[in-house]
Design a protein around this ligand. Structure first.
Ligand code: 8YV
Length: 325
């Protein structure tokens, strides 16, 4: 029997090469992530399974995979806004993700960003390297209110670390009532009303999924609900935030600081050249690395590969599917 080939987008292949190379029952091949090149590779290798990162797939890939009698797009990661589920269904393609396995990594990154903002680590370090030995007054986290917008697995982990580790008061907001009591994760107040969260928080950390309902959820109007001097962190998706409105809130001094790991356009391109977040001092920026740890990369590789293996074995009930409406 021929060993089935799975195409893995290059960055993800590099992140967990040891997992993909160790697979013996399937042959994992790195492939370029952009849609045109990946589509060409799907056709030339005649594959029905791809493992992909966050690059967007809008059309040709589905047609190419749809030529097979059943195919799978397996996300290496949890967010699946980059995959068009409607198109996938129309072409008989299953879409899966890897929930849970990266929660701790993204949560820890959110916490490090919060620490950088609270103690102005980046400004201090930048000046230090320029030869200045100049202090900045920071803020303690203990007793401050952290608003967690979006209370899934990552939000749960951030809440636990912030409350049980730093003694923060945590308020969490989600459209859905949580399955487990929020107090178990250190949440003092749970609400379905985002305005309540924005008005109460000293720091807001965004953990919503990106979809049609959450597009630019953090917009100019909602930013005005924040207390003067509040801080905002986004490690979820750039699409959740209006970057121009955020720039204005920071430049006017209304917000004390922001830390972003995700952007409306990646690699980052400012919303407008005169609204470049990189020009502001009170901003900490990282290049979408929240989940990028050795541990989470390995788990995402194993989990995405497991989805593909189950798909190929016809065990569809074992998949973490996200293509259903
Ligand atoms: C990427 C992410 O999947 O899980 C997500 O939704 O945004 C990331 O973890 C990962 O970086 C792809 O390599």
């Amino acid at each position: 029997m021929n060993t089935e080939t799975i195409l893995v987008s290059e960055l993800e292949f590099r992140k967990a090469g040891e997992v993909f190379q160790a697979a013996k029952d399937v042959r994992c091949e790195p492939a370029p992530p952009d849609e045109t090149a990946l589509t060409a590779a799907v056709i030339s290798h005649d594959v029905r399974a791809v493992i992909v990162g966050v690059a967007p797939y809008r059309g040709p890939l589905y047609q190419a995979l749809g030529r097979k009698n059943g195919a799978i797009i397996a996300r290496f990661g949890v967010g699946h806004d980059s995959v068009d589920k409607l198109l996938a269904r129309q072409h008989g393609i299953v879409v899966t993700n890897t929930p849970g396995v990266l929660d701790i990594s993204v949560a820890e990154h959110s916490i490090w960003l919060m620490g950088c903002l609270a103690r102005k680590i980046v400004q201090l370090e930048t000046r230090f390297r320029k030869g200045e030995f100049a202090a900045e007054v920071g803020t303690e986290l203990r007793g401050k209110t952290l608003g967690i917008l979006g209370f899934g697995g990552i939000g749960h982990s951030v809440a636990s670390i912030a409350h049980f580790g730093f003694g923060m008061k945590v308020i969490a907001c989600s459209r859905n009532k949580p399955a487990e009591p929020p107090a178990r994760f250190g949440v003092e107040r749970f609400t379905t009303d985002a305005e309540e969260l924005f008005r109460a928080a000293d720091i807001v950390s965004v953990h919503l999924p990106a979809n049609a309902n959450t597009q630019r959820f953090v917009n100019a109007a909602r930013l005005t609900w924040l207390k003067p001097g509040a801080m905002l962190i986004n490690t979820a998706r750039g699409a959740l935030l209006d970057e121009e409105a955020l720039y204005n809130a920071l430049a006017s001094g209304r917000l004390a600081g922001t830390a972003l790991d995700v952007f409306e356009r990646e690699p980052y391109v400012p919303a407008r050249p005169d609204k470049d977040l990189r020009k502001l001092e009170n901003v900490v920026l990282t290049p979408h690395v929240g989940s990028n740890t050795r541990e989470a990369n390995r788990r995402m590789a194993e989990s995405s590969l497991e989805n593909v293996r189950c798909f190929l074995a016809g065990k569809l009930d074992r998949l973490t599917r996200v293509d259903q409406p």
